[in-house]
Design a protein around this ligand. Structure first.
Ligand SMILES: NC(=O)c1ccc[n+]([C@@H]2O[C@H](COP(=O)([O-])OP(=O)(O)OC[C@H]3O[C@@H](n4cnc5c(N)ncnc54)[C@H](O)[C@@H]3O)[C@@H](O)[C@H]2O)c1
Length: 267
């Protein structure tokens, strides 16, 4: 499938690294003008420069998505720089502390809920009016397979991702009639710094053990390519699904959680 994002303006949060960087590159490759928003402005500038070097249109803005004022300013920057807003990918996120719920650090809880859930509300709050004013478009919120199932020692992350899906569904039914398609996608484990920075060796080993390369998991029929067998998957996998979700004009199906069976996790 091809889709022309020419003359479309996109915001991607958390675009300095991992999935967000891959999403920004994919949208820009199909013609979108992309504003890359991240706390890590140097990383976002680097990805934006790579996109421009490849012939695309991109710039970066320093944004803390956990701060509503900064998120509003991010949307204003997109409008001022590129003349409107059509696509937004609310992707920025953190893993948070690893601890059982009865011992979970309070500050860690608030940081994860602010960064992974409140941020998405702030995004929707300011992106929706901007997209309607630009004639319609799409928003993709980055959930996780952990928006649908439990994962021990990650109560804040799991709660934020479950909440994000409810928020997405609600906003989707409110704004489909205004020409704004709002979806969430739910990747499995993806090989990015979020995994390597947050999980201890035992948990990483467990995840790898669920894959064929770990030698402990049965082969699955649905796995078609050799690339899909030796990882947590690469960021290009959820990036492709995000691209497709943003591009698909199924206004009769305004909201969906697209789960990416990126790895043989058993989920
Ligand atoms: N890696 C996985 O296995 C996986 C699986 C499912 C879902 N996800 C989700 O995908 C999204 C991207 O994760 P990733 O794996 O690419 O991680 P990553 O660590 O590679 O990238 C996350 C980016 O978000 C930015 N960020 C963090 N806090 C921010 C804040 N307050 N304001 C602005 N930017 C901030 C970071 O600077 C970083 O550039 C997250 O929402 C994550 O929960 C990841």
């Amino acid at each position: 499938m091809t889709y022309d994002f020419k003359d479309k303006v996109a915001i991607v949060t958390g675009a300095a690294s991992g999935i967000g960087a891959a999403v920004a590159r994919a949208l820009a490759a199909d013609g979108a003008k992309v504003l890359l928003a991240d706390l890590d402005i140097r990383g976002a500038e680097t990805v934006a420069a790579e996109i421009r070097a490849a012939g695309g249109t991109a710039s970066a803005v320093e944004t803390n998505v956990a701060d509503a004022v900064e998120v509003e300013a991010m949307v204003e920057t997109a409008k001022r720089t590129y003349g409107g807003l059509h696509l937004a990918v609310n992707n920025a996120g953190i893993g948070g502390p690893a601890a059982p719920t009865g011992e979970y650090p309070l500050d860690g809880w608030h940081k994860v809920i602010d960064t992974n859930l409140n941020s998405v509300f702030y995004g929707l709050r300011y992106q929706i009016p901007a997209i309607i004013a630009s004639g319609g478009g799409a928003i993709v919120n980055m959930a996780s397979i952990l928006g649908a199932v439990a994962f021990a020692n990650s109560s804040a992350y799991v709660t934020a991702k479950h909440g994000l899906i409810g928020l997405t569904k609600t906003a989707a039914i409110e704004y489909a009639k205004h020409g704004v398609r709002i979806n969430a996608i739910g990747p499995g484990f993806i090989d990015t710094p979020l995994l390597s920075k947050n999980l201890d060796e035992a948990t990483l080993g467990y995840i790898r053990g669920l894959h064929r390369s770990g030698g402990s998991a049965p082969r699955r029929k649905w796995r078609r390519s050799p690339r899909s067998s030796s990882h947590p998957a690469r960021p290009s996998s959820p990036a492709a699904t995000t691209w497709w979700t943003a591009a698909t004009s199924r206004s009769d199906v305004p909201s969906a959680l697209r789960a990416i069976r990126s790895a043989n996790t058993g989920y």
